[in-house]
Ligand binder design. Sequence first.
Ligand code: 1CP
Length: 343
Amino acid sequence: MDRPLLSVLRGNRSASPPIWLMRQAGRYLPEYRAVRARAGAFLDLCYNPELATEVTLQPIRRYGFDGAIIFSDILVVPHALGQKVWFEEGEGPKLEALTGPDDIARLSLAAIAEKLAPVYAAISATRAALPAETTLLGFCGAPFTLACYMIEGGGSKEFHKVKQWAYGHPDSFGRLIDLLVLACIEHLDRQAGAGADAVQIFDSWAGILPEEQLFKWSVQPMQAIAAGLRARRPDVPVIAFPRAVGPAALMYRRLPEFAALSIDTGIGAHWAAQELQPHVVVQGNLDPIMLVTGGEAMEREVRRILDKLGHGAYVFNLGHGVVPQTPPDNVARLVDIVRNWRG
Ligand code: 1CP
């Protein structure tokens, strides 16, 4: 069975790079908004295998991406550990914030697989419905990014609380991170068991940490998750996405546990081709706002990235997720440019 994305993640060369987009299912698609309106609360959509399967398939039907990422959210893991999580319309995720070591002690790994069973059911159903050549991706949030939401009680601009906890009380913060490592290994293992071909670990907030803290709270836990998964599922490639870390991306590039490194928009494509690509498959880089702009500006930028990275081991993607204001036609144009590029 030839799955071009999986094949590139396994280290094989391809004539033109495979493409998928972070947050390729979502509010920019009218068919997503229709299902979302039917589903009720956001978490009810995540835990409804039939609807989660449907919204995962929507962008594949429209654009024929090489990869489908299962529709879920990184915050299902804190939810399965026993934390209160809900989504407020137009405001994003809310959690009952952890305020001290006692709150960490109340979290439990015991029911993860049972609580997240609908996610695994959605993965099996999606695999059965996908074209054979489409790679199915599972995912989880990295421990540090999960801890950000768990300690702040939602999104934040500055993340002062989580930093103060990590810097001032590294022992108890470390217990939270260790628990999340185990939870993520379990969650990724189950996703692979249900039919995910490869997985991505999203460390969306890694870039707020200074170097030494980054190593301790992002590089090491992500590596531990990838190593834990590899022990159970040696054939499942892991993509690491430490967002906004700049040249500290060098810390992730040589780790054998990561098949690919997903780079955000702040990293230069030329630098990535020289410094990262000789060591690891590179994914990403297009500014999601270029996809909103479209036209000549987008075409020029897409070709520039392809000319820098497309000759090596590369997966086309954005530097972060598709934003809701993206015109769906621009996505079709993007796919067309990537498909017709010949290095
Ligand atoms: O109303 C809606 O439809 C809610 C919007 C939405 C969507 C479409 C949320 C709430 N989550 C999702 C799905 C989602 N989240 C996917 C689905 C698969 C796909 O990519 O198509 C994935 C991979 C995620 C991962 C996720 N959730 C991350 C990591 C990636 C990233 O964007 O940095 C993060 C940080 C979250 C938390 C989250 N969930 C939702 C929102 C709006 C946020 C971000 C909040 C913030 O900015 O702090």
